[in-house]
Design a protein. Sequence first.
Length: 356
Amino acid sequence: MTRFIFKIFICLSVIGVAICFVDLVGCKKITAKTERREAPKQPLVKQEQQLMGTKVEIQAIGPSKPEIDQAIVRAFDEIRKIEDMAHPNREGSDVVLLNQSSGKHPVKVHEEIFEIFKQAREISERSHGAFDITFAAAGKLWNFKDPDAKFPTKKQLAEAVKLIDFRELMLDDEKRTAFLKKQGMQVGLGAIAKGYAADKAMAVLKQDHIKNAIVDAGGDVLLAGSKLGQPWTVGIQHPRKPHGQLYAILRVTKDAAVVTSGDYERFFIRDGILYHHILNPKTGEPARLCQSVTVIGPTGMLSDALATAIFVMGPEKGLEMVETFYPQVDVLIIDAVGGERRTAHFEEHVTILRAS
């Protein structure tokens, strides 16, 4: 009998120890939970500068404001470097030197400009010349800043169109030179260089370990990561309403470029007709088949050029080109009469919030 009571006592003692241990663990857990502090949120820094003929805004999120500031400064410096190379009127730029040498001799260009030329050549070929950086011979005849400026004459346009032909821009990969074969030919990189500059700026931010950022180069938008845990949003201007009134807002859930080309960006209206800066290289006159084209693609350079090409080609041919050659790209088109067309998978990584 005594032995039995002793065994019960031992068992109860062991159980008691176990109960006490659980209580102590519970106390530790409660204490730890009470003392836990949330990690401080990373700061968001926003800066803007006037570059590439437009307002460029960079927003970035990182470990500390000084680190972000330094990264943004380097990103702006990269854009400024591209601007110096691609500027159509800045003395000594690659574009100016090439245009001055048209019909005379090849010009060695920077690696960055050569990369732009090669991408432009590809899109020109695939769009059958709807995108053509040698359009500048006609582009210089128009002044969209002055609504009272004289129109170019039919004769002037006809002469300029003879000088527009992407196949006459000769590229030598080995020597990294470019040559405009006909005297008077001119290149202009307004429809592709901004996107490329945004790409390079974002690359700098990522090199500086900035994983969440947005680079907006006047509508050529590069997105990375998220905005404090929420998707970055990009507004699409309504092409027939005052500036600031949106057609839609896009919530983008992947790293991407979002570029919109529209006939409302640089234009004037005369005698009830809207004249805008997106020219058809085959006529030298404003393209008439779209009001707005938004492209979501892997790079700013590609998206920038495709937005212009599709705008000129029109919805049917533009979408056909994208489906054939650029399945990784999504497109939203507002056509000439305000109808909407888009690629089949447009909303896989994008939420469209319709504006009222």
